[in-house]
Design a protein around this ligand. Structure first.
Ligand code: NAP
Length: 312
């Protein structure tokens, strides 16, 4: 019997845990805070900014919104980051990318105080992640690990340490923000870790790796990339992908909405209905990894706050 992992419930539980921790910090006179840095008005970044603001309100964090215009010179953006570095109300800084073309990602990110780098963008923190040292693990792959750890404890009733050690974990996708750090987090837990990517697919070798996986983590951004032929019987499948696709009718034609435009829906990278019964456990999309990702960011900000207040 397949378990569809209830990531929304995991996110809700984490939210309650976070609210309790914030209460404890506030009783010591400390209020954690997150600052977002959005240069200009990129649509996706504005949506994400709004989400972070709502989460901050919900858990009782300070929220600081830095939103300079798109034509601000790079040196002035650097000054904004330095100001946030020095602000004790700011525990964590979240740069929202893409930046306008004249602003270098590297210049901005390398200016962030490494103790306020809550999504692990700074090379110093990425290096610590690679070395297996304590750091701020990037929110999305950290969410994947959190889901697996809770699954190990609550469903399989095993210590997460034993669950990961020697498990065959295959990651599909090797981006700097999801695939690579997910692989480091798995390796740091002594899983036998394989990373695959578009060149693995181009050589026709993807199935050869994915069908070995006890745990398959997919973060490619390609709807229907993973069908049942790519999954081992009884595997655990974590689908990170988020894709907008057209809704099709039984003849493969687009279904139209009341305005005559094609209807769309959100899906992952895994063909959920076709793959589900082959798995031991699987995360859905929507209502999957994304429901935990923002909580991980808030957890990192809590950790940053404790470090900055000598409570760790
Ligand atoms: P990305 O930067 O585009 O990276 C995608 C990765 O997948 C790349 O390493 C790419 O390989 C690989 N890939 C592409 N096509 C492939 C194929 N046919 N076979 C094997 N590998 C393939 O994307 P990302 O930022 O890592 O995000 C990945 C997905 O996760 C997206 O759908 C994104 O929306 C979603 N996401 C979800 C959350 C969440 O909270 N749920 C958070 C962040 C991202 P190459 O580099 O070699 O081309």
């Amino acid at each position: 019997m397949t378990l569809v992992i209830d990531c929304v419930a995991i996110g809700d539980t984490m939210m309650q845990e976070i609210i309790e921790e914030v209460k404890t910090l506030k009783s010591k006179g400390i209020t954690p805070g997150i600052a977002t840095l959005l240069v200009g008005d990129d649509f996706g970044s504005r949506m994400y900014r709004g989400q972070v603001e709502r989460f901050c309100e919900e858990v009782g964090f300070n929220y600081i919104n830095e939103n300079p215009p798109a034509d601000i010179p790079e040196k002035d953006v650097i000054e904004v980051v330095k100001k946030l570095n020095a602000d004790s109300a700011v525990s964590g800084i979240l740069p929202l990318r893409p930046f306008p073309e004249h602003i270098s990602d590297t210049a901005v990110i390398n200016t962030i105080d490494v103790n306020k780098d809550i999504d692990c963008f700074h090379p110093f923190n990425m290096g610590k992640l690679a070395l297996g040292e304590p750091t701020f693990p990037p929110a999305t792959p950290a969410a994947v690990i959190e889901i697996l750890e809770r699954y190990a404890r609550e469903v399989e009733k095993v210590d997460p340490k034993d669950f990961f050690e020697g498990a065959e974990i295959v990651v599909v996708g090797h981006s700097n923000i999801v695939g690579k750090p997910a692989a480091f987090l798995a390796l740091n837990r002594n899983a036998t870790t394989t990373v695959t990517h578009v060149f693995t697919s181009m050589k026709g070798n993807l199935a050869q790796h994915t069908t070995n996986a006890d745990i398959l983590i997919v973060a490619a951004g390609k709807a229907d990339l993973i069908g049942p032929d790519l999954v081992k019987e009884g595997a655990i499948v974590i689908d990170v992908g988020i894709n907008r696709v057209k809704v099709l009718d039984e003849n493969g034609q687009p279904v139209l909405n009341e305005k005559g435009k094609p209807k769309s829906k959100t899906v992952g990278d895994v063909s959920f209905d076709a793959v589900k019964d082959k798995t031991k456990a699987i995360t859905p999309v929507p209502g999957g990894v994304g429901s935990v990702t923002n909580r991980m960011l808030i957890k990192n900000a809590l950790k940053a706050c404790r470090i900055q207040n000598n409570l760790l």
